[in-house]
Design a protein around this ligand. Structure first.
Ligand SMILES: Cc1cc2nc3c(=O)[nH]c(=O)nc-3n(C[C@H](O)[C@H](O)[C@H](O)COP(=O)(O)O)c2cc1C
Length: 205
């Protein structure tokens, strides 16, 4: 059975463009994989903490020496890693905040980059053979030819960290200029019309 893990990071609920992109992806993916399983990990209601001292202490303690408290500190991280390892296809739906990903998505990565689980002890990525699509919503436009293209740190960083984890097959679908919806200059369906075919195509490798 094929598994899709959908990571969502926008706190804007129904107003979120990346969440609407995620819905389109899931719909098409379910059509293509009627027996597939979808796991939706909504980071806005996941009790993710920044990696603090107890977490780091637990992380750097070999599993057979970890106290119950240490195991507890890593519990959510273990769960998130398990979800990721079980996925064949990973989709990340995220806004751009201050030219990068929102803190909650960075926190997710801090929890899933785990030596011996997703990253080898010699630094090799262990998530081989997985495919990732990133659905990126931003107020600005950063695509080819844009005068602010060099500020597209979110795409660069996501590609880097996914590559580090061993994921080479990555596609980005950028929904730039989303402010036209918030300013009422375009309806959401008008805005989404040219993006939906790109999302549907991305379902097929
Ligand atoms: C706190 C905050 C910071 C933002 N920073 C940027 C930014 O640096 N670059 C940009 O293009 N858009 C920025 N935006 C606009 C969002 O990327 C845009 O509203 C996008 O549609 C949000 O994704 P969502 O619709 O899925 O919630 C920012 C929005 C917020 C609320």
């Amino acid at each position: 059975m094929t598994n899709l893990l959908m990571i969502e990071a926008s706190p804007r609920g129904n107003s979120s463009v990346s969440r609407h992109m995620a819905v389109e992806y899931i719909d098409e993916w379910q059509r293509a994989n009627p027996n597939g399983k979808v796991i939706q990990r909504d980071l806005t209601n996941t009790p993710l903490k920044f990696t603090d001292a107890p977490w780091l202490t637990a992380y750097f303690t070999p599993p057979d020496k970890q106290s119950a408290e240490m195991k507890n500190a890593l519990k959510l991280s273990d769960e998130l890693v398990e979800e990721l390892l079980g996925a064949d296809v990973i989709v990340i739906g995220t806004p751009v905040y201050n030219y990068n990903v929102p803190a909650v998505l960075k926190a997710w990565f801090d929890h899933i980059v785990r030596k011996g689980m997703t990253l080898g002890f010699s630094g090799e990525g262990l998530l081989k053979g997985k495919r990732c699509t990133v659905l990126l919503a931003s107020g600005g436009v950063y695509t080819e030819g844009s005068p602010i293209r060099d500020r597209d740190i979110a795409t660069q960083w996501l590609r880097l960290i996914l590559n580090v984890l061993g994921i080479e097959d990555i596609e980005f679908i950028a929904a730039g200029g989303t402010k036209v919806i918030d300013l009422g200059e375009q309806s959401r369906s008008e805005y989404m019309a040219p993006i939906i075919p790109l999302i549907r195509e991305a379902v097929y490798p």
